[in-house]
Structure formats: C-alpha cells, structure tokens
Write a protein that binds this ligand. Structure first.
Ligand code: PRT
Ligand code: MG
Length: 211
C-alpha cells in the first residue's frame, strides 16, 4: 500500500496531472466528496486529504508515504529529515512583505524604528528581518493577514502572493520579496527504503511530467 497526503484546493488541482502521468487517477473528487481517504484506479494507492500545514506531519510519522507541500509550509513546520526529491513547480507564488498603500516602508527601515509584523509565517519572517538587521514584533495570525495593517494590528504583513489581487483589493502593496515559493514532493525516508520498488517509479514519473 502507498499513501499520498494532499491538501484540497490548489495543491490537489495542480497535483492531479502529475498523478495522472504516474498512472494514478483518484476515484473521488475531494471538493465534492466528504471522504478523507480517496481510492484511486490502483488498488494499492490511496490519497489522504489533510490540511496543507498537516501534510509534513503525516509524512514524517509515516502515516503517509509521500506528500505534496508548499515550501512555505515546509519552512514553518518542525518536521525534520523529510526527503524532498523534487520541486514540483506547482502552487508557485512569492513570499512577500506588504504594507498599506502610502506607508513609507523604506523610511521606516532606514529609521531603525521597530516594526509590527503580522504573519502566519513566523519562522520565515523572523529569519528575514534578522538578516536585514531589523527589529520587529511578530504577531502570529492563522489567516486573513491582509486585515492586520487595515485595522492597525500591524504595520506590515508577511504572506504569500500570487496574482496580487488580494493585496490590491485591500489597498495594500508588496514592498519586498522574501523568496519564491513552490510545492515540493516529500517522502518518508523509511518508506522509501521499504517500498522503493513502488515509490521510485512514481518519483521518476513525476519528474518526467514536470519537464
Ligand atoms: O487554507 P488552509 O488554512 O487550510 O491552508 P493554506 O492556506 O496553507 O492552504 P492552501 O490550499 O490555501 O494553500 C496551499 C499552498 O499553496 C500554500 O502553502 C502555498 O505554498 C501555495 N499557494 C500558492 C498559495 C497561494 N499561491 C496563494 N495565493 N497559498 C495561499 N495563497 C493565498 C494568498 O495568501 C492570498 O491571501 O491566496 C490569497 C490570494 O492570493 P492572490 O495574490 O492571488 O490574490
Ligand atoms: Mg488557504
């Protein structure tokens, strides 16, 4: 049995063509079904549907053999020693610093004033501002970061941006790119050893499908 952990939404949608290339077709649509374990056309391959941020945990503990997770999620997770053989080049976006339109970020950085930064990505944010030698108060949020500068909760946010439409709709602007983000294939190391005959061909099929 091979179990693959995926999250609903963009990761599932973008992973489908890669699964198909490896000869795997889910028999249910997670957007419509309430099932959390999906059968596929291959009796020995199952998909488990979990929260995006829970994917590394399932793979680390071996509850799933493989998974697909954003680099943002992997950098924030405490999971150690996950094998990451492939950048799947899906779910691409950028980790950005954003502020209210008209907020003079450059001047604040220059002045050395302490900045209040709201984010779900505290590890990434802490490392970014430390590298710049900036003093920040990090405020942990679990969603809708865009609201923080509008309500006065924070001066800036650190969030992923793809089209930029959400920032624009909320009169925010990106002022700094922290890093490009894409989703990675992650593999449980013990599973790779024990089930190499099944897992290695899947990795190779994904790799061919990316190119
Ligand atoms: O939703 P949930 O809390 O369960 O988890 P999640 O938000 O982490 O999951 P999901 O499925 O929304 O995202 C999964 C992965 O997709 C993330 O870990 C990223 O690696 C990647 N990804 C790519 C994105 C985006 N693009 C993206 N645009 N994740 C989130 N967004 C958000 C963005 O923060 C903004 O608020 O989508 C909103 C719209 O973005 P714009 O710029 O297109 O307007
Ligand atoms: Mg989301």
């Amino acid at each position: 049995m091979i179990t693959i952990a995926l999250s609903k939404g963009r990761i599932f949608a973008d992973t489908l063509p890669l699964l198909n290339a490896a000869g795997i077709t889910p028999l249910d649509d997670p957007e419509k079904s309430r099932k959390l374990i999906l059968d596929t056309n291959r009796a020995e391959v199952k998909l488990v549907i979990v929260r995006a941020s829970d994917v590394p945990t399932y793979v680390q503990y071996g509850a799933a053999d493989l998974g697909v997770a954003g680099k943002d999620v992997l950098l924030e997770s405490d999971c150690m020693g996950l094998y990451q053989p492939l950048d799947l080049q899906i779910g691409t976006c950028k980790m950005m610093v954003a502020v209210r339109e008209g907020f003079d970020y450059v001047a604040v950085v220059k002045s050395g004033a302490r900045l209040n930064v709201a984010t779900k990505y505290v590890h990434i944010a802490r490392e970014h501002f430390a590298k710049k030698g900036m003093h920040v108060n990090l405020i942990k949020l679990y969603g809708s970061m865009e609201l923080a500068p509008l309500t006065g909760l924070a001066d800036a946010i650190v969030d992923v941006v793809s089209t930029g439409n959400t920032l624009k709709a909320n009169k925010l602007m990106a002022v700094e790119e922290i890093m490009p983000i894409s989703s990675r294939l992650i593999v449980n190391r013990a599973a790779l050893k024990l089930k190499r005959d099944q897992i290695q061909p899947m990795i190779e099929a994904f790799e061919r499908a990316i190119q």
